[in-house]
Design a protein around this ligand. Sequence first.
Ligand code: ATP
Ligand code: MG
Length: 564
Amino acid sequence: MRVSNLFFATQREVPADAEIPSHKLMLRAGLIRKMSSGIYAYMPMGYKVYRNVEKVIREEMDKAGAQELIMPALLPAEAYQASGRWERFGPEMFRMSDRGGKPFCLGPTHEEPFTEAVRDTIRSYKNLPVTLYQIQHKYRDERRPRFGVIRSREFVMKDAYSFDVDEAGLDKSYQNMYDAYRKIFDRLGLDYTVVDADTGAMGGSGSQEFMVKSPIGEDAICFCDACGYAANEEKAYCQEAPACTDAELPVEKIHTPDVKTIEELIAFMNTTPDAFVKTIIYNIDGKIVAAMVRGDRDINDTKLGNIFEAMEMDLASFEDVERVTGAKVGFAGPINLKEKITVVMDTEVAGMKNFIVGACESDYHFKNVNVGRDFTPDVVKDIKNVKAGDLCPKCGQPIGMARGVEVGHIFKLGTKYSSALGCNFLDKEGKENPMIMGCYGIGVSRTLAAIIEQNNDEDGIKWPALVAPYKVVVIPTKTNDDEIMPLAEKIYEQFQDMGYDALIDDRNERPGVKFKDADLLGIPLRITVGRRASEGVVELKFRMTGEAREATVEEAIEAIKEIK
Ligand code: ATP
Ligand code: MG
């Protein structure tokens, strides 16, 4: 491709809402174009990269024996109503109706239509297992679209679904996808970790996420370097301290005027945060709930929400807190609540003695509180976040924390969808059973952005060779020179003949401008044809490593094999 014909424009300025490198660079390099919040068009150069990522995914899925098909994005409501997700998706689902008033949605994920297709196609165990996939646009009205194509409202997902006759079959299908995912992310050159993930309130027997480590990641990951345990913070747990064996002291009510924050309370009581238990009041689907964790801990909303199969949860309003505690905000506790609400206590609190809690009375706390004697929680469950330094649940060594971008998710679903939608098969005995399902997603557009997050510098993108839109750019320093231009053309043609995606920057621009664009666009190999053209000598520069050297034309052609 001749750069003079290329449909692209690089930009110096990027909008203020582009906060992270990949978003900025995709806009600056003109790969994408914003149409609306969380909705992007791919320009030719961006689309080339996108298709290169898609190609790697498709190749590995095909090799794994998965079969590709394509579902519509516009889907009738019925199947989602039958599975319960028409309600569950809530405001995240894009909904509409046709001219006759029949309800539709834009598919946020496609378990339902795949399950229906398999239900209507397969009758017998003889035709199982099967794994199907598609690479297709998904629609989610995200609460907070951001980071460009990392969290957008229209995005591309590779979604696959496996159907088996039993759990052992599912384990195999799941492992097969796990292996394929590793190959995909390895080939794409990503530095990633596979973590245990939450399976949600609806069950499912196992789930893992593929996380690209990055400071901009929206997920927190807990990991143990000693034994390899790794889990999404949503799901991570830790070893708990042995129960305290101190004698129980009599409860004391303490006047704590003007003490509003936990820090003020610690200073006032002259103690440490782990001597407290904090009580946080939530509104979970309209129900008021109290959740208790040790004072130095944070509540894990996923764990708490799972107990109630929550659809919407938030902190309770000030009015609700004041009503159920009978006190100003900041004095909630499990004793003397003014209304009967569900009290959920973290398992760790069960091992504590003589702790401090809010007294459900403005400006008062209780000291020397003990579980069982002074109050009885309704639910005792692990509802805390793990933090760095907690002990690994597998081997007891200290846990570390990192940030990650979730690029893939694999999930043992079980029979949730097959049961709801009647996707059954006849077993050897002629008995009807629901199929055992798994589902497997990769965010294609998010993966592309994650590649940029891990491969960039102040000058622009550094594409790994496999995904680069063009592998090489030939830059003549002058376009009117009758030694330089013919040599540049010759090299460019040779790459084309060899089947490489090549660029020649034939624009009548200063070399500095062309170099800047080549760097921004992240083309792996740059070949500059300049002052030594008459001797047949050119200059090579590798974008990934920064290595530069002079070379003969033959060496320059060979150098394309060095890009990675
Ligand atoms: P997240 O927790 O980031 O919202 P999710 O758990 O909703 O992700 P899945 O439903 O498992 O995601 O979707 C499979 C994959 O699709 C994810 O691993 C991610 O790579 C991608 N994905 C999900 N939501 C978006 C989005 N809004 N924009 C871009 N990619 C997304
Ligand atoms: Mg999501």
